[in-house]
Write a protein that binds this ligand. Structure first.
Ligand code: ATP
Length: 319
């Protein structure tokens, strides 16, 4: 293998740069040239490429976002568009493609190999932790730490004013961020897409906590379950006092990646290149039981990652 390409696609996630750095440096050390594709699939179609060498990825590991930038490229769902992408890659002598991104991006990669025979390796990068067959995706840990930090600050003001705070966090289809953040900040309750919300029980729990003497109250809501405004509306007339709403929004995507994400990204980046080098592809790098293992792309993408319900039980048990 003489030349590969790497891109970041979909929603950006902290740690993507560490993955790009690992891909580039490990490839260069193995005499493989690396083309950086800027702006995901849209940049691929526009031939928005940069040659990357060892030095070009210096000092990027600690940066949030992605230096290759990212995009959503709706036309990539069309087969003709993917055919065009494959011919562009062939024209540039690219023999393998590494795609760092979420479920959508990995679908694009899977189709590129299935239909157009472009050897691809995926690296899961998304803050939602909604990709199956891997314990964690790159960016989840950093996002979680950002959320925990924010909730901790809200708890300070919630205690001072004896208020209830409804905090909306990311998680369109997965309640992972809300559950773990709720668990480790001692939130009163979590509202997640996996479990239908019972406002009556939620209101009663908050009232009980107040009777017990607790002066702050935090409810963590995953955006895919309900909006913080809806939860607040349902709760206020049941608990009889005002709530405050905080929507954490895009700050959850930013920030310097944690040590965990840098390490995960570095390990996955090296493993991805190693796979292509050995002539293997059509896999996603996954973290399973502490090891980086390859899992077949079609198997990953036909599954929906389920939330570990033990975490939900633990949250309820301890609050
Ligand atoms: P995140 O989980 O952070 O949002 P993502 O990778 O899932 O990241 P999407 O917007 O779903 O983000 O997908 C990114 C890009 O991948 C899309 O803009 C499109 O170019 C491509 N893509 C998504 N779904 C498909 C699909 N079914 N077939 C081909 N390409 C796809």
């Amino acid at each position: 293998m003489k030349k590969i390409a790497v891109m970041t696609s979909g929603g950006d996630a902290p740690g993507m740069n560490a993955a790009v750095r690992a891909v580039v440096r490990y490839a260069v050390k193995n005499d493989i040239k690396v083309l950086g594709i800027q702006r995901g699939y849209a940049g691929l179609l526009d031939e928005d490429f940069i040659e990357m060498d060892f030095a070009s990825v210096g000092g990027i590991m600690e940066k949030g976002g992605t230096i290759l930038r990212s995009s959503r490229c709706p036309e990539f769902v069309r087969k003709e568009t993917r055919r065009e992408a494959a011919s562009i890659l062939a024209k540039h002598g690219v023999e393998g493609l590494i795609v760092i991104g979420g479920e959508g991006s990995l679908h694009g990669a899977m189709f590129l190999e299935e239909e157009q025979k472009v050897p691809v390796v995926g690296i899961p990068g998304t803050i939602d932790n909604d990709i199956a067959m891997t314990d964690m995706s790159i960016g989840v840990d950093t996002c979680l730490n950002t959320v925990v930090d924010a909730i901790q600050k809200l708890k300070d003001t919630a205690s001072s004013h004896e208020r209830a705070f409804i905090v909306e966090v990311m998680g369109r289809s997965s309640g992972y961020i809300a559950t773990v953040a709720g668990l480790v900040t001692g939130a009163e309750a979590i509202v997640i897409p996996e479990i239908p919300v019972n406002y009556e029980a939620l209101g009663n729990k908050i009232l009980k906590e107040r009777e017990r003497g607790k002066i702050n109250c935090i409810v963590v809501v995953a955006e895919g379950a309900a909006s913080a405004y809806t939860v607040a509306r349902h709760l206020e007339h049941r608990i009889g006092y005002e709530t405050r709403i905080t929507i954490l929004g895009h700050i959850q995507r930013g920030g310097s990646p944690t040590a965990f994400d840098r390490l995960l990204a570095s390990r996955m980046g090296v493993a991805a290149v190693e796979f292509l080098k050995r002539g293997q592809s059509y896999v996603m790098m996954a973290l399973q039981g502490g090891k980086i293992v390859p899992v077949k792309l079609d198997e990953v993408l036909k599954q929906k990652k389920s939330l570990n319900m033990e975490l939900v039980e633990l949250t309820a048990l301890l609050s």
